[in-house]
Ligand binder design. Structure first.
Ligand SMILES: NC(=O)c1ccc[n+]([C@@H]2O[C@H](COP(=O)([O-])OP(=O)(O)OC[C@H]3O[C@@H](n4cnc5c(N)ncnc54)[C@H](OP(=O)(O)O)[C@@H]3O)[C@@H](O)[C@H]2O)c1
Length: 312
């Protein structure tokens, strides 16, 4: 496994992480089983992946409980635990209680990266209150690093200005070949400021593996209404899948692995693909340790410029 530092001067993490939203219950499909998700994590860690991402929101803490069983088997020191406080828990007291809940479900004494899942527009909690609460948890040793998720540059700047003893380590955002909004502002800002990007949905919820098409669409609750899987979008990505396949063949890699390597062309981006079973973890782990040439990146860039995807 290849390792990188999570943000400038930050802790060492695997160049590809693992997402555990899949372990949050059946929302990802009837084929999701706790035991398979646990084994997916164990395989990932055995292959050198240490960064594992979860959240209190995933199955109301169920994903954290599945993770805790794997952590017990693997040993605490082999896992860099990233979890999140939900956007409905941003009051100071709620942050404290949410953190205690996550620690208990995970069965650990410290969280390696505690992230604000999303900036909440409804309850209008001042960011100052949330950041101060996170800093208190950091001071108390409950949280080793503070991160955020789905923050625009304006939110990041405000959040950073409210921390006095530490800085934001990472921003977890949606980023894949088909959904590239963060390239405009967030990625350049984070690169400049030494903040890591954790890329969620890095294989477009499975679409970039090439296994879905107009005649085969996922039927689970999470993806059945997802814009990416509209018939027109599935048809539109066909030339991209073809290019991923051709380039992958030259490296002995799959389309999904090429899509993950494409994200890793940015030195501060760590993709966190979700896996439902060990074989998926294995394939995703093998997306680290190699890179695309400048020519291959240009070819993919040209294909992407011709594709029109209709999502929000
Ligand atoms: N911060 C946030 O707001 C936020 C939002 C979303 C996700 N996340 C995090 O990011 C992680 C990843 O994002 P995501 O789950 O949305 O999307 P993703 O990683 O792009 O796609 C995951 C799905 O792709 C399929 N898959 C995975 N590996 C595969 C492989 N090697 N070959 C073929 N299919 C494969 C699996 O579904 P099938 O086998 O059923 O196709 C899996 O459920 C999540 O687990 C979560 O930790 C965070």
């Amino acid at each position: 496994m290849e390792y990188v530092s999570l943000g400038r001067g930050g802790p060492t993490v695997s160049a590809v992480g693992l997402g555990m939203w899949q372990a949050g219950g059946k929302a990802w499909g009837a084929d999701v089983r706790d035991a398979d998700c646990r084994k997916a994590m164990e395989r990932a860690v055995d292959l050198g992946i240490n960064l594992v991402d979860t959240a209190e929101a995933y199955g109301d803490g169920h994903s954290e409980q599945v993770m805790s069983r794997a952590i017990k088997d693997l040993g605490r020191d082999r896992v860099f635990i990233a979890t999140k406080v939900g956007g409905w828990h941003l009051r100071a007291d709620d942050v404290k209680k949410a953190c205690a809940g996550s620690l208990k479900r995970l069965g650990v004494r410290e969280i390696d990266l505690y992230q604000v899942h999303w900036p909440d527009p409804w309850s209008q909690v001042p960011l100052r209150e949330t950041m101060k609460a996170l800093e208190a948890l950091h001071r108390a040793g409950r949280v080793r690093n503070i991160g955020v998720s789905n923050f625009a540059v304006r939110d990041l700047e405000e959040a950073r200005s409210l921390l006095s003893r530490t800085d934001i380590r990472s921003n977890q955002v949606r980023y894949n070949m088909l959904q590239r909004e963060v390239e405009a502002e967030v990625i350049p800002y984070c690169k400049r400021e030494g903040i890591a990007i954790l890329a969620w949905s890095p294989i477009g919820k499975g679409i970039l593996t090439g296994k879905y098409h107009d005649g085969k669409r996922p039927t689970d609750r999470i993806r059945s209404d997802e814009d990416l899987f509209k018939a027109a979008n599935l048809r539109a990505v066909t030339p991209l899948i073809r290019a991923l396949r051709t380039i992958g063949r030259a490296h002995g890699k799959t389309p999904g692995q090429v899509a993950l390597a494409w994200l890793r062309r940015h030195r501060n981006v760590v993709p966190i693909p979700g896996a439902k079973r060990p074989s998926q973890s294995q394939e995703n782990a093998d997306a680290a340790g190699w890179s695309l040439s400048a020519r291959e990146l240009r070819t993919l860039g040209a294909v992407l410029r011709r594709i029109r995807i209709d999502t929000f």
